[in-house]
Ligand binder design. Structure first.
Ligand SMILES: Nc1nc2c(ncn2[C@@H]2O[C@H](COP(=O)(O)OP(=O)(O)O)[C@@H](O)[C@H]2O)c(=O)[nH]1
Ligand SMILES: [Mg+2]
Length: 411
């Protein structure tokens, strides 16, 4: 009698436990955060070495179950802007790099993963004009929570086009070497600038994505990014965003603006009615003031580069030859295109990430942001509000209110 009573109590206890677990589980699936099983969060360890993906195909470790930890169906606000609920967007990080950049790029990756991506698991595309080494693939993929893809750049996108007079290009390099213009004598730097200007968004590995964040070796992100930054872009209709802007060395782009003006004459319809011309020109378009978004950081929408206006513009510039006869950078090329062909309301300045690329720092001057986002930087190093740079102009033209505390660190 006593034993069957005890059995009954035990049975009742387990039944209760079962009902309780079922209840918790059913609640769990409807809350905003779903924690992926531990085994699936951390399985981005499948060694890349041995998987001899050595071409433009993705080195696909998709099967490793790297689901993002955070369910983004939560609604939240950021700087007064609403992050609307919904799915993750089709976005990727993209890095152009040499094999020798591996030890510097892993520093950039680790920071971005720790500050942001570990919670979202966005993919990462690496592009190179040579095959990526096993070492590069192993060292990078082990740190990335999303899928990693390694692509080779087609030779014709990283070589002199047939219409370029290589003798004339060599003369420019020699002259720029004597004038000590930074990267002035480099061939590979010119291929890099041309590739970033006209081709990275056409790579087969990039076709599956709508947005990208460009990351370079040796950069730093100083603050926590506690929201889905790609979704933030999408929800707010932003198509181009930046962290640092500054004037270009005039010696590298003597004819870029003239070439742009003749392009515009042929295609006046490409000029956006709500353009940002006044940010790049102080005299209504007669001359270029050199202001550009520093393109070593970009979060942007790929459809802009794939648009007819931009493709035509790039082709026009490419035929003019300034990537080789001068030393046109992808930053002024991107920036001029954004300023002229994009609705200026689609451009966004991030004042809450903190960013470093040698030699400049963006460190939020607003103390509240620095505390909230755990920024690890010194606001005295911030260049954002100094007059040499182009943010004061950006804020003025957009009618934006500068963040609290800017006077202390600006001019
Ligand atoms: N594959 C490859 N990547 C390059 C080459 N030169 C530069 N890069 C990459 O292009 C980007 C810009 O180059 P970087 O040296 O950082 O130029 P800087 O930021 O203007 O000083 C970086 O992501 C580099 O890793 C090259 O010859 N081959
Ligand atoms: Mg760099």
């Amino acid at each position: 009698m006593g034993r069957s009573n005890a059995r009954l109590v035990r049975f009742g206890f387990f039944a209760l436990l079962l009902i309780l677990s079922a209840y918790i589980l059913s609640k769990g699936s409807s809350t905003s955060y779903t924690v992926a099983p531990a085994s699936s969060v951390n399985t981005n360890k499948s060694p890349v070495a041995g998987s001899s993906s050595s071409n433009v195909n993705a080195n696909n470790n998709a099967g490793s179950g790297k689901s993002p930890v955070k369910d983004t169906s939560l609604s939240s606000t950021k700087n007064g802007k609403q992050i609307i609920s919904g799915e993750k967007v089709k976005a990727t990080f993209v890095t152009l790099a040499r094999n020798s950049d591996v030890w510097e790029i892993i520093g950039s990756i680790k920071q971005i993963e720790d500050r942001f991506n570990h919670a979202y698991g966005y993919d990462w595309v690496f592009l190179n004009d040579e095959e990526f080494s096993e070492e590069f693939k192993r060292e990078t993929s082990r740190l990335i929570s999303g899928k990693t893809h390694y692509g080779l750049i087609p030779h014709d996108q990283w070589s002199f086009p047939e219409w370029i007079d290589t003798e004339k290009a060599a003369q420019t390099r020699e002259r720029m070497r004597q004038e000590k213009i930074i990267y002035g004598d480099s061939i590979s730097y010119r291929h890099m600038c041309r590739y970033e200007s006209g081709f990275f968004f056409r790579h087969p590995l990039m076709q599956q994505f709508d947005y990208y964040w460009r990351v370079e070796p040796g950069v730093k992100i100083f603050c926590d990014i506690d929201y889905d930054i790609f979704k933030f872009m999408d929800d707010n209709n932003y198509e181009y965003s930046y962290t640092i802007s500054l004037p270009e060395y005039a010696a590298t782009i003597p004819t870029l603006w003239e070439t742009t003006k003749s392009f515009l004459k042929e295609h006046p319809n490409y000029l956006n009615p709500n353009n940002f011309m006044d940010w790049v020109s102080d005299d209504g378009g007669v001359s270029y003031n050199g202001c550009h978004f520093w393109s070593n950081f970009e979060i942007a929408k790929l459809s802009f580069w794939r648009s007819e206006a931009y493709l035509d513009y790039f082709e026009y510039l490419d035929k003019a030859g300034g990537f080789f006869y001068e030393r046109w950078g992808d930053a002024p090329v991107h920036s001029i295109a954004v300023a002229l062909f994009m609705d200026k309301d689609k451009i966004h300045f991030f004042d809450d990430l903190g960013y470093y690329h040698v030699p400049f720092n963006n460190c939020p001057v607003n103390e509240k942001i620095r505390l909230e986002k755990k920024c690890a930087c010194n606001p005295s190093d911030d260049i954002t509000w100094k007059n040499y740079f182009c943010n004061n102009k950006y804020y003025k033209l957009k009618g934006l209110k500068k963040p609290e505390g800017w006077e202390k660190y600006g001019d």
